[in-house]
Ligand binder design. Structure first.
Ligand SMILES: NC(=O)C1=CN([C@@H]2O[C@H](COP(=O)(O)OP(=O)(O)OC[C@H]3O[C@@H](n4cnc5c(N)ncnc54)[C@H](OP(=O)(O)O)[C@@H]3O)[C@@H](O)[C@H]2O)[C@@H](O)CC1
Ligand SMILES: [K+]
Length: 481
């Protein structure tokens, strides 16, 4: 349902409690978990563990210790295990355990050129900085080139645990075995893709009172949290969205954002934008109302270009106390402070402009950037991109949307997304939840209908996607409250 990820500082605090209690036994538990996963993988790959050629990549920290003990366990089952010391000095007790079990440890220069059935990556764990130093980077590249399956211990080496950032080279794991809880890099690209499938091992760490840094969603979580209308609901309870989007230069943005609002289930949609987008909306969507009136959430900014009245529109909505989604060009017309009930939907370049920073800085650490965006504006911020992140100045964790296929990285997707956000805000969802659910719905719709589909087609698939989610949540029409 919810995927909670914890920062390195928090993991170390939680770990310390258990280390004080059980010492090295904690590492042996972690290693036993890694070895069990490796055995399963070997059985899948070649039917048996006995005789398998396993390469252990070892760094100088405890991550290497985990890998060495796991190697020892595989060696005891008859695997031919060789460990290669990639960085620093291998964990002494782990090394002794491997050697006692019949495995060997060699330096990088002595690594024989042979085919491996499996590699276990214990180069760097939560103590690692992004990137791999050169001789290790070359080895990682050559294993990837040969297609050797890699199981990463805790996280793929070369990826920064707290951000998911990478340097020039990093390990791409088939599977990652982590201990007790997710780390942010398991949820945020490029770390997420480098992680492969994630297996969580219980080693007795107690995260119940720890504060998560990130909270992601899986499909079941999206299905459970989507606000399906109850039996007693009228159009105002479902919410009225008022869109002033598009312009004569970018009329399509008006239609796309309106499609997003209509097809994600708004109770009523008013289109209040300029003439050219209005004519597109009228031709396509007879249910959309053009007259001004009650609005429970505004959507501004998509395809605005230059809007001399932009600042006034935003100020009027603020004065009325109505929440709003502000996208794209609308972000240029913001006042200094906004309430957290407002949802801004920038991509990296737009957020960089808001923060007065370089785009590359936002891309290097999107988690920090989205938090800074919320602090700087007072609003809730949904940062669009490979990983979609939502930060609110008044909630602790950063919320992560369900990942979707890269097909949605196309012009017009953001307009549809802004419309979906409007529907959820109008339905009374808090802005952080509206952002997380809207981005997740769009990603899930794209995942269910793979291929290069234009955003207007994907928008029209939202109703069947929501119906499918309702089915997963076991909610029939009108049964929920
Ligand atoms: N605590 C426990 O009992 C348990 C811990 N567990 C395991 O321990 C892992 C954390 O272990 P850890 O703290 O030793 O850090 P780890 O990531 O192995 O190595 C850091 C070393 O690498 C170096 N270094 C860093 N980046 C580098 C780079 N880019 N290029 C080159 N060098 C670099 C850095 O040296 P520095 O350069 O900073 O001097 C430092 O010496 C955790 O992920 C889990 O697997 C589990 O067993 C459960 C029990
Ligand atoms: K690792």
């Amino acid at each position: 349902m919810e995927q909670r990820a914890y920062s390195t500082a928090t993991v170390r605090e939680v770990e310390q409690v258990e280390i004080d209690r059980v010492g090295l036994a904690l590492m042996r538990r972690a290693a036993a978990g890694v070895a069990a996963v490796a055995r399963r993988e070997l059985i899948k790959i070649r039917g048996r563990v006995y005789g398998a050629r396993v390469l252990i990549l070892v760094g100088g920290g405890n991550n290497g210790g985990d890998a060495l003990y796991a190697g020892a366990s595989l060696a005891r089952r008859g695997a031919r295990v060789l460990a290669v010391s990639c960085l620093g000095t291998p964990h002494p007790e782990g090394r002794a355990a491997l050697e006692q079990a019949g495995g060997r440890v060699v330096g990088l220069a002595e690594l024989p050129d042979q085919n491996w059935d499996l590699a276990i990556d214990g180069i760097l764990g939560i103590g690692g900085r992004p990137g791999l130093p050169e001789p290790v980077a070359a080895l990682a590249g050559s294993l990837a080139g040969q297609g050797v399956p890699v199981i990463a211990v805790d996280l793929p080496s070369g990826v920064a645990s707290d951000t998911g950032a990478v340097g020039d080279q990093w390990i791409r794991a088939r599977r990652t075995v982590t201990f007790g809880a997710r780390k942010p890099c398991h949820l945020v690209e490029p770390g997420r893709s480098a992680t492969g499938e994630l297996t969580m091992i219980d080693i007795g760490l107690d995260f119940t009172s720890a504060r998560p840094d990130l909270i992601g969603l899986d499909v079941a979580g999206l299905a459970a949290r989507w606000p399906y209308p109850g039996r007693q609901v009228d159009k105002y309870a479902r919410g009225v969205v008022g869109l002033d989007t598009g312009s004569d230069s970018y009329p399509g943005a008006g239609l796309l954002s309106t499609l997003g609002a209509v097809h994600s289930g708004a109770g009523m949609v008013r289109f209040l934008g300029p003439d050219h987008p209005t004519s597109l909306v009228v031709a396509e969507l007879p249910n959309v109302v053009l007259a001004p009136g009650r609005v429970q959430a505004h959507v501004f900014g998509c395809g605005w270009g230059d809007r001399p009245d932009g600042a006034r529109l935003i100020k009027d909505a603020l004065d009325a106390g109505t929440p709003a989604v502000v996208d794209a060009d609308g972000l240029r017309y913001l006042p200094d402070r906004l309430p957290s009930s407002w949802l801004l939907t920038p991509h990296a370049g737009e957020l960089a402009r808001l923060l007065g920073r370089d785009r590359s800085e936002v891309e290097a650490n999107p988690i920090a950037a989205v938090r800074a965006g919320a602090e700087r504006t007072g609003a809730t911020v949904l940062l669009k991109g490979a990983t979609q992140l939502v930060a609110s100045p008044d909630t602790g964790p950063v919320w992560v949307a369900l990942p979707g296929p890269s097909w949605t990285a196309q012009a017009g997707s953001g307009d549809v997304l802004a419309g979906i956000c409007g529907t959820l805000l109008a339905a009374g969802q808090p802005a952080f939840r509206a952002g997380q659910l809207a981005a997740s719905l769009q990603a899930y719709a794209a995942a269910r209908h793979p291929g290069p589909r234009p955003p207007q087609d994907l928008a029209r698939m939202l109703p069947e996607t929501i119906a499918e989610l309702a089915g997963l949540a076991r909610i029939g029409d009108g049964r929920s409250g």
